[in-house]
Design a protein around this ligand. Structure first.
Ligand SMILES: Cc1ncc(COP(=O)(O)O)c(C=O)c1O
Length: 372
C-alpha cells in the first residue's frame, strides 16, 4: 500500500454503526431523517424519464454554478470559481489535495470531523490540532489557534456549525482568525455543510473576512439529500480551484447529471421553506433531548447552536468508549467523543435525527445501559 494510505481506517463513527443490533435507536450517524422534499424527487424523476442525461461539463452545469455563486455575493465569484462535486466530501478531499504538500502542517479543530485528519494524511501533510476547549463547551479560542500555528502551516480548517459540537464560530471568532492569518499565505478551508441548519442568527462564512478561503459545502444536510451526492468547492483563489477541478475530472468526471438538474431547485422558494422547516424541527428536537438527558440521566449536554449534534458529558459515569459500547449492546448507537479528538474524551456525540418518541426511547435505553 502506498505510504499516503497507510494507517487509514474507517472512523469510529462507522465502526460503532456497523456493529449495531437490529432495531437500534440511531444517535450515531449524522444523516437527516426528514424525507427528501417531494418537489426534488418529482423533478429528479422527470429529468430521468424525459431528458437525456449525459456527462455535464467537469465543474458542473453553468446554471447550477451560477446559483451557488449567488450564495456568496461578497466574493463576486464567476463560473470558473466553483466546482460541483459528488457531495461536499469530494470537494473537501480535493481541496486538501490541491493545497497541502508533503510535510505541510494543517491546523484542525480538536474535536472535529475525522475526515479532515484522513484528508491531511492522504495529502501527506501533518495534522496539527487547536483545542476547542471542553471547559467552555467547545467554544473557539483564538489563543489556542495562534499557539498551533507553525512555520510549516499551510492551511487551517474551520467548521461552522460544527460536527461534532453543534457550535457556531461567531463573527468575532472569524474576524480574529482572519486577523491572525492575514499576510501569512495560509489557506482556510471552511466546511459549511451545515450552514443552513442554525438555530439563532445565520452563521457567517469565513470567506467574508479572509480572502484565501476555500468553501466546502453542499445540499446533503439542509435538503435531506445525502445519497444524491451534490456538493461544491468555491473560492476566489484560482490556483486552488484549478487543482480541485483537475482532480475532480479524474476522480469522478462530474456529479450525476440528474442530481445536478434537480438541484437547480435547491434555492427555490419551496427549498427555502423546507430549510426553514428543518431548522425548526432540529431546534425543537435538540432542546427536547438536552432537557431529557438532564432530567432522566442527570447528565449535561451542550446547547446546540446548529447542525443536529450535541455533546453529552459522561465523564461522571465512566469512559466514553465503554459507555458507547454499553449503549450499543442495549440497542442505542452513539459515538464516543474521542472519535473526534482528545478534547472530546469523556463525551458522547449524539445526533438528533430522530422523532421525539424514538429519542425518548433511546434515552430510556441509555439509562438502563449506564445504570444512572
Ligand atoms: C462536517 C461534515 N463535512 C462534510 C460531510 C460530507 O457530507 P456530504 O459529502 O454528504 O456533502 C459531512 C457528512 O457527515 C460532515 O459531517
Amino acid at each position: 500500500m502506498p505510504k499516503r494510505l497507510q494507517g487509514l481506517q474507517p472512523t469510529l463513527i462507522r465502526q460503532f454503526f456497523e456493529r449495531a443490533l437490529p432495531d437500534s435507536i440511531n444517535f450515531g450517524l449524522g444523516e437527516p431523517d426528514l424525507p427528501t422534499p417531494d418537489f426534488l424527487r418529482r423533478e429528479a424523476a422527470r429529468v430521468a424519464t424525459e431528458e437525456q442525461n449525459g456527462y455535464t461539463s467537469h465543474p458542473g452545469l453553468p446554471a447550477l454554478r451560477e446559483k451557488i455563486s449567488e450564495q456568496y455575493p461578497h466574493l463576486g465569484l464567476g463560473l470558473k470559481d466553483i466546482v460541483v462535486t459528488c457531495g461536499s466530501q469530494e470537494a473537501m478531499t480535493a481541496a486538501f489535495l490541491s493545497i497541502v504538500d508533503i510535510g505541510d502542517d494543517v491546523l484542525l479543530p480538536n474535536p472535529s470531523f475525522p475526515a479532515y485528519d484522513a484528508c491531511v494524511r492522504i495529502s501527506q501533510g501533518n495534522p496539527v490540532y487547536y483545542r476547542l476547549p471542553a471547559e467552555t463547551e467547545f467554544a473557539f479560542d483564538i489563543e489556542e489557534f495562534k499557539r498551533a500555528i507553525t512555520p510549516k502551516t499551510k492551511a487551517a480548517v474551520v467548521i461552522s456549525p460544527s460536527n461534532p459540537t453543534g457550535k457556531i464560530f461567531t463573527e468575532t471568532d472569524l474576524r480574529q482568525i482572519a486577523e491572525v492569518l492575514e499576510g501569512t499565505g495560509i489557506y482556510l478551508i471552511s466546511d459549511e455543510i451545515y450552514s443552513d441548519l442554525y438555530f439563532g442568527e445565520r452563521p457567517h462564512s469565513a470567506s467574508e473576512f479572509y480572502e484565501r478561503t476555500v468553501i466546502v459545502s453542499g445540499l446533503s444536510k439542509s435538503l435531506s439529500m445525502t445519497g444524491w451526492r451534490l456538493g461544491w468547492a468555491a473560492s476566489s483563489r484560482p490556483e486552488v480551484m484549478h487543482g480541485i477541478q483537475v482532480l475532480h475530472g479524474f476522480l469522478t468526471v462530474c456529479a450525476s447529471a440528474i442530481t445536478q438538474k434537480a438541484s437547480l431547485l435547491g434555492w427555490s422558494a419551496e427549498a427555502e421553506e423546507f430549510k426553514a422547516h428543518a431548522r425548526e424541527v432540529y431546534k425543537k428536537r435538540g432542546d427536547f433531548l438536552v432537557d431529557l438527558f438532564d432530567k432522566e440521566l442527570g447528565l449535561k449536554a451542550t446547547a446546540p447552536e446548529g447542525a443536529f449534534y450535541t455533546m453529552l458529558d459522561v465523564r461522571s459515569v465512566g469512559d466514553d468508549i465503554e459507555i458507547a459500547e454499553k449503549c450499543l449492546q442495549n440497542r442505542v448507537i452513539t459515538v464516543p467523543g474521542v472519535a473526534f479528538g482528545t478534547e472530546a474524551k469523556g463525551f458522547l456525540r449524539i445526533s438528533f435525527c430522530n422523532s421525539e418518541e424514538r429519542m425518548a426511547e433511546g434515552v430510556r435505553r441509555m439509562k438502563e445501559a449506564i445504570g444512572v
